[in-house]
Write a protein that binds this ligand. Structure first.
Ligand code: NDP
Length: 492
């Protein structure tokens, strides 16, 4: 042994316990009212009946929220019609843009308050609401503010004009972001809006009413009516609504399509998905593992475009699954308001039960389940990150949208086989391809029946980029110049 080898060590071994200390974000920045009514014509309309909205991570009651009736929806549509006819639709685009810019800047200024509330009411980790939902919501208002005075250039020689009063119905997985996706293009085009948030996550939409007041938006341009599905149905059926924009389940989307058929109402539907995330053997493996994790565990997998079906080329199946399982053991599941949390609470008891029943079907049908050891809080709605291997294409977990942190792994040998298996779904919202070859990315993107195909990344959103589906994932595009079109009429 050399002298150097025999030298006693002077630096002690580093501590082996790498657990994170709690890093909770303070909730004090959010001031909640005890009871909320509906926001109609720039005023709070007292709700005759209310329900309790809770925090899904603790089941703690947060506030009482109005149960919108047909009369409330009627008042909101009347306010929107009045604002449309008496000012808003005739404003020059540059004036409408000023309001949108103002809203965008106020969202940025109040982003911490809105992010905390989003995590509190929806269960998503604060680092996602802070770093994804809020910046993207503001970016949508900035982006569409830029289009408001350029519609003639976006659609040359087509005389674009607003559609009128728009009814918008949004889900619970990205409450404020979906509100921004809907309201920003509608206002940029000169429409007025009645929006119904999901009953489980109404609070950021209600705080947004305060943002609208701060921005001095004329009364009635945006109206918000809260409640259950029946409130949304009243909006869909209302005779004086010119267009419906809906994001949510395929089942409700189909009902809405039947309901508006023949009414002359315009319709866009952004529905469910069962995205294929396809990994070739020439990919950067560690990068792909990160992309798989982001694809399915971001927002607890409660994402319509989540990469819930993983297709792995057979030659790298074993190393990839080993790396993926190892990575899962490092995900931190718990308090959404803790800045270290990766996976938060499931949005509601109903959603948790749906996930549990589909996972049980996977076990019963013969798939092999893996869940990393993790401690789930006693109160609230929780589900551990889950991977299923040994999955057949016919299993329900490979066919149905689970909308939870559950990944189904399948394999393929050739690109042709990957395309065929990936397209074997009633949905067509998104897909991912991992390979080092640009030509293969293009070959795959041409063949995958999905509205968005990500290459060597996943779940990346940008207001300038159109988003929407094929088949049972719906129709119409949101985002980009394409996202203006459903909110315009043309003289042709
Ligand atoms: P829904 O489609 O029921 O809800 C979406 C929105 O529509 C909510 O605001 C809801 O109100 C409203 N709504 C419900 N019924 C009607 C109706 N008849 N007319 C008009 N509006 C209505 O989705 P769920 O929340 O029930 O989730 C069920 C499943 O849908 C999930 O497990 C998931 O698979 C999928 N989903 C897909 C989403 C996507 O982004 N594509 C988003 C959310 C869910 P309320 O919340 O008050 O019931």
């Amino acid at each position: 042994m050399s002298k150097l080898d025999r030298k006693p060590r002077v630096t002690p071994d580093p501590p082996r316990d790498w657990t994170y200390a709690p890093a909770p974000e303070s909730r004090d920045i959010v001031q909640l009212a005890e009871r909320y009514g509906h926001f109609v014509g720039g005023q709070w309309l007292e709700a005759a009946e209310t329900y309790e909205t809770i925090s899904p991570s603790s089941e703690e009651p947060l506030a009482l929220v109005g149960l919108g009736t047909e009369q409330d929806v009627d008042a909101a549509v009347a306010a929107a019609r009045d604002a449309f006819a008496n000012g808003w639709s005739a404003l020059p685009g540059s004036e409408r843009a000023k309001y949108l810019f103002r809203i965008a800047r106020i969202l940025q200024e109040r982003s911490r308050e809105l992010a905390v509330l989003e995590s509190l009411n929806g269960g998503k980790p604060i680092k996602e609401s802070r770093d994804v939902d809020l910046p993207l919501a503001a970016a949508h208002f900035f982006y569409y503010a830029g289009w408001a005075d350029k519609l003639e250039y976006a659609f040359p020689n087509r005389r674009p004009r607003p559609v009128g009063v728009v009814g918008q119905i949004i889900p619970w997985n990205f409450p404020l972001l979906m509100l921004a996706w809907k309201i920003a293009p509608a206002l940029a085009c000169g429409n007025t809006v009645v929006l119904k948030p999901s009953h489980t996550t109404p609070l950021t939409a209600l705080l947004f009413c305060d943002v609208l007041r701060q921005a001095d938006l004329p009364p009635g341009v945006v109206n918000i009516v809260t409640g259950y599905g029946s409130t949304g149905a009243a909006l869909v059926k209302h005779k004086d609504v010119d267009k419906i924009a809906f994001t949510g389940s395929t089942e409700v989307g189909k009902w809405i399509q039947r309901e508006v058929a023949g009414s002359g109402k315009r319709l866009t539907l952004e529905l469910g998905g069962k995205a294929a995330n396809i990994v070739f053997d020439d990919c950067a493996l560690d990068q792909a593992v990160e992309g798989i994790v982001n694809g399915i565990y971001f927002n607890q997998g409660e994402v319509c475009c989540a990469g819930s079906r993983l297709f792995v080329q057979e030659s790298i199946y074993e190393p990839l699954i080993a790396k993926l399982k190892r990575r899962l053991t490092t995900l931190r599941v718990g308090d959404p308001l803790d800045k270290n949390t990766d996976v938060g609470a499931i949005n509601s008891r109903e959603q948790l039960e749906k996930i549990q029943s589909l996972v049980q079907s996977g076990i019963d049908e013969g798939a092999e389940i893996y869940q990393p050891p993790c401690h789930l809080p006693e109160k609230g709605y929780w589900f551990a990150p889950t991977v299923f291997t040994n999955v057949a294409q016919s299993y329900r977990i490979a066919q149905e949208e689970i909308f939870g942190p559950v990944l189904s792994v399948l394999t393929f040998r050739t690109p042709e086989e990957a395309v065929e298996k990936a397209n074997n779904t009633p949905y067509g919202l998104s897909a991912g391809v991992w390979t080092e070859k640009g030509s293969r990315i293009l070959w795959m993107a041409q063949r995958l029946r999905a509205g968005v195909v990500w290459a060597n990344t996943f779940n990346r959103f940008d207001p300038t980029s159109p988003f929407g589906g094929y088949k049972e994932s719906g129709f119409g595009r949101e985002g980009g110049r394409h996202g203006l079109e459903p909110y315009l009429r043309f003289d042709e």
